[in-house]
Design a protein around this ligand. Structure first.
Ligand code: NAG
Ligand code: NAG
Length: 286
């Protein structure tokens, strides 16, 4: 008697709970959840996306924020990533591991634009759209080496950035570590000071690749790279990759769409996280 009454109550409770669960989580769950893959800029790491990762997870999406070689908590040291293939290998290994029928939204920030370009060239069928956020975006007219040379001219040997000369002082520098002053005045200048403080403690040195290495590795074809839908997100207050430079890449290597985040410095994931999140959702759902 007692046992069957208990079982009936239990059954009712389970039914009620599953109903509540369906009605409560139903409207919150997005229509189609996406898989976003976030690729950081030079010296930064997966950590730089922490606000975007939280926003995406809490709205039910699958997010993978990767550390490239010798970045974030990747165990390699900068001297072990002297070529782009070892620097990009965590992203390439991840792309290989994706099931053939799964398409991701690939997002690259700053130098991460080269990493996603290489992934677009190698895995065009696994990418639904590639998003360049204040990123280096190569193409047929403005090639990767030209873009890289212009970008590094701006940011090396400034303020407290520290250069290392592994090949002797008469040869070009081999790596650079971004200093706290440069982070505060040129990278995170419109972001919350907490984000800049975080960056100051966790940035790592990054390798300065030669033009020859860039030219050799960044071979992009119309058939592969050119077949992936591309969006560019402009950051108008950017002092690392100034707006005029971003617009020139857009003009020479036109993407399918261009968006802009008003008031953003080079780090929209820190200075304008909600706006960046909204743009990424809209782009992914198009
Ligand atoms: C996220 O994507 C990865 C790679 O396809 C997959 O293994 C994992 O199960 C996904 N996670 C969720 C919560 O969907
Ligand atoms: C890149 O560097 C790694 C390790 O330093 C090496 O094993 C690999 O052969 C190099 N790859 C190319 C394409 O040079």
């Amino acid at each position: 008697m007692k046992k069957s009454k208990f079982l009936t109550s239990l059954a009712v409770l389970i039914l009620l709970l599953s109903f509540a669960n369906a009605t409560m989580s139903g409207p919150k769950r997005p229509k189609a959840s996406k898989h976003f893959v976030l690729v950081h800029g030079a010296g930064l790491g997966a950590w730089s996306w922490y606000k975007i990762v939280a926003l995406m997870r809490s709205s039910g999406h699958n997010v993978t924020a990767l550390d490239l070689g010798a970045s974030g908590i990747n165990p390699k040291q900068v001297r072990e990533v002297r070529n782009l293939s070892s620097y990009f290998s965590p992203l390439m290994e991840f792309m290989v591991s994706l099931p053939a029928d799964e398409k991701v939204v690939l997002v690259g920030h700053s130098l991460g634009g080269f990493a996603i370009s290489k992934a677009m060239e190698s895995f065009p069928g696994k990418i639904s759209v590639a998003v360049f956020v204040a990123a280096l975006m190569p193409g047929q007219i403005l090639d990767a080496a030209t873009i890289y040379n212009e970008a590094s001219r701006g940011s090396t040997s400034q303020l407290d950035n520290h250069l290392t000369y592994d090949n002797g002082p008469t040869n070009p520098p081999t790596s650079i570590r971004i200093g706290p002053k440069y982070l505060a005045t040129d990278v995170y200048q419109t972001s919350p000071i907490q984000d800049c403080a975080l960056a100051t403690t966790v940035v790592r040195p990054f390798y300065l690749y030669s033009s020859d290495e860039i030219t050799k590795e960044m071979v992009l074809s119309r058939k592969n790279y050119g077949s992936v839908r591309r969006t560019y997100i402009v950051t108008p207050e950017d002092k690392v990759l100034p707006k005029e430079f971003q617009l020139r890449m857009i003009e020479k290597n036109p993407p399918d769409e261009v968006e802009e985040i008003q008031g953003s410095d080079h780090m929209p994931m820190s200075s304008k996280p909600l706006q960046l999140f909204t743009h990424l959702m809209r782009i992914a759902n198009k």
